[in-house]
Ligand binder design. Structure first.
Ligand code: PBG
Length: 331
């Protein structure tokens, strides 16, 4: 026998004791499900995101009722807009009779107790595939216009809030948009509508499958003049300070697993709740490894989600939300 009065393994000796000392919890109430809707009838599987669906409005309402029973009570809406409605000025983004306002209205009126969040950005509506308005210059270069884009984003957020959205979520990374959206909503007596700001959204390779799902990839150039450089963390803290000062209710870090250090640092600096977006590429990394039989999907997903919570996220947006809720119920 070793002379070892201190034995950490005593705290791991049974499932009950492990439960008593567990520092981080994970339950369906921490999860937000990002969903895709389209104008047509019928629900379509999404080839670039196996296991995810492009819902009709009606189909999504039915699915939302099932999700409520599973404990998934917040949906984040993303629209697949047909090419003929995409324009350089992205005006469909502000159409009060557009797909997103109709979806919000249907969900809020037919699914009691649901929380509806919407993405505020122009890329699904913009024929250029950028999150803001694009100016093409005579010398062949292009610029994503900040202040002009913010003006459209404010109208888009207002359109979602008018239709009944509980939370609007600007994912565009334009400067000053949180304050501008807050002022716009407040001026229309929509002070009850929350803003979840994509605070530290990195220019990541992991959004590819999502862009495939919406056919929203940029036609030209990349998003590096507005999304953040993966090498930076101080810049994320600066964005967090700004979004907090501008009146954001929730801050987001995106993607999640490669940026746990950013989440942890942000957790120390701000008092606001933090969200993490486990993005399409992160979802597919697990999905594809599991499909090959190389990883245990359930264990990998639950470990991933608890790690994101441990790093400081209060809530997680993930395409695994329904499945994780089922697995958590079985535990
Ligand atoms: C765009 C937006 C993107 C995602 C959410 N909102 C893609 C992008 O910035 O190009 C990505 C989500 C994912 O990959 O799951 N406004």
């Amino acid at each position: 026998m070793m002379n070892l009065p201190i034995r950490p393994r005593r705290n791991r000796k049974s499932a009950n004791i492990r439960g008593l000392i567990r520092e981080t919890s994970l339950s369906p109430e921490h999860l937000i499900y990002p969903v895709f809707v389209h104008e047509g009838t019928g629900n379509q599987p999404i080839p670039s995101l196996p296991g995810c669906t492009r819902w009709s409005v009606k189909g999504l309402v039915e699915e939302a009722k099932r999700l409520m029973d599973l404990g998934i009570r917040t949906l984040d809406l993303f629209p697949a807009i047909p090419d003929e409605k995409k324009t350089p000025d992205a005006c469909e983004a502000c159409n009060p009779d557009g797909l997103i306002p109709r979806t919000i209205y249907a969900l809020k009126s037919e699914v009691p107790g649901i929380t509806v969040m919407t993405d505020v950005a122009l890329d699904p509506y913009n024929s250029d595939g950028h999150d803001g308005l694009v100016e093409f210059r005579s010398d062949g270069t292009m610029e994503i216009l900040n202040d002009d884009s913010v003006e459209v984003l404010c109208r888009q957020a207002l359109c979602h809030a008018d239709a009944g959205a509980d939370i609007v979520s600007p994912s565009d990374m334009m400067d000053g948009r949180v304050a501008a959206i807050r002022a716009t909503l407040d001026s229309e007596a929509l002070d009850d509508v929350s803003i979840m700001a994509y605070t530290a959204k990195y220019a990541s390779a992991l959004y590819g499958p999502f862009r495939g799902a919406l056919e929203s990839a940029p036609k030209e150039g990349d998003k590096k003049t507005y999304q953040m450089d993966p090498g930076n963390i101080r810049e994320a803290l600066r964005e967090a300070q700004l979004d907090e000062a501008e009146g954001a209710d929730i801050l987001m870090v995106k993607p999640a697993t490669l940026y746990l250090d950013v989440m942890a640092a942000m957790r120390k600096q701000v008092t606001l709740p933090i969200a993490a977006y486990h993005v399409s590429g992160e979802y597919l990394m697990i999905k594809s490894a599991a499909a090959s039989g190389w990883l245990d999907e359930r264990e990998t997903v639950l470990e991933t989600l608890i790690s994101i919570r441990r790093a400081g996220a209060d809530m997680i947006l993930t395409y695994y939300a329904p499945q994780a809720a089922e697995w958590l119920q079985q535990r």
